[in-house]
Design a protein around this ligand. Structure first.
Ligand SMILES: Cc1cc2nc3c(=O)[nH]c(=O)nc-3n(C[C@H](O)[C@H](O)[C@H](O)COP(=O)(O)O)c2cc1C
Length: 181
């Protein structure tokens, strides 16, 4: 939390403002960064569920940013309090999009994000284990900290994946809000 003497301005986002008689204290929101590859309607629904769950946590100190791996730069990770990674499994491995994110962000983040809380969900038509192994190898190198078991939405698409993803988002936002991560 970074206090500031500057008064809040209309349109400030992600800021929680507490008015005091003598000054304003602005608490900078903690950011939950959701980096998800969503190439199909089902994967869009899963990402939306993560976001909905995070918003539903009632975590008013948490700012949520959900975006494609291709749009995610190292600065987004450096400014995050926790990260949710979402990917499809393609040819036994994570999506090229998520791999591209890691390729670009690994070294810029390596010395600055150790201990970063993360969670992973995978949409896999049949398996998911190759993707889990691939992601875990990379985040082990980064020394990020898994705060939930990976969620693998495996097999034929089922409606029950949606509440599972909502729960994941809720848990991450609530944990960040409570300062657990
Ligand atoms: C080229 C291609 C390769 C795939 N390879 C795998 C795979 O190795 N393992 C797996 O479990 N699913 C695989 N899938 C299935 C995708 O994971 C799945 O279709 C994707 O997550 C989108 O989910 P949806 O079909 O429910 O929209 C593959 C799909 C495509 C198009």
């Amino acid at each position: 939390m970074k206090p500031s003497l500057a008064p809040p301005r209309p349109g400030d986002r992600g800021l929680k403002c507490i008015e005091r008689p003598e000054r304003y204290v602005i608490m900078t929101a903690k950011r939950l960064l959701i980096v998800a590859h969503v190439p199909s309607p089902n994967t869009v629904a899963l990402c939306d569920a993560v976001v909905r769950g995070a918003r539903g946590a009632g975590a008013d100190t948490v700012d949520i940013l959900a975006q494609s791996p291709f749009d995610t730069q190292p600065e987004h990770v450096l400014n995050a309090g926790a990260v949710v990674l979402g990917t499809t499994e393609n040819l036994g491995y994570m999506s090229g999009a998520l791999k591209d994110f890691f390729d670009r962000c690994y070294y810029p983040c390596l010395d600055h994000t150790q201990g970063l809380a993360y969670a992973l969900y995978i949409r896999a038509g049949q398996d998911g284990t190759g993707t889990r192994r691939g992601v875990e190898t990379i985040v082990t190198g980064l020394r990020w900290r898994a705060v939930q078991d990976p969620l693998i939405c495996r097999g034929e698409y089922r409606d029950e994946f949606v509440p599972q993803c909502e729960e994941l988002g809720m848990y991450m936002a609530a944990g960040l809000d409570a300062g657990i991560f």
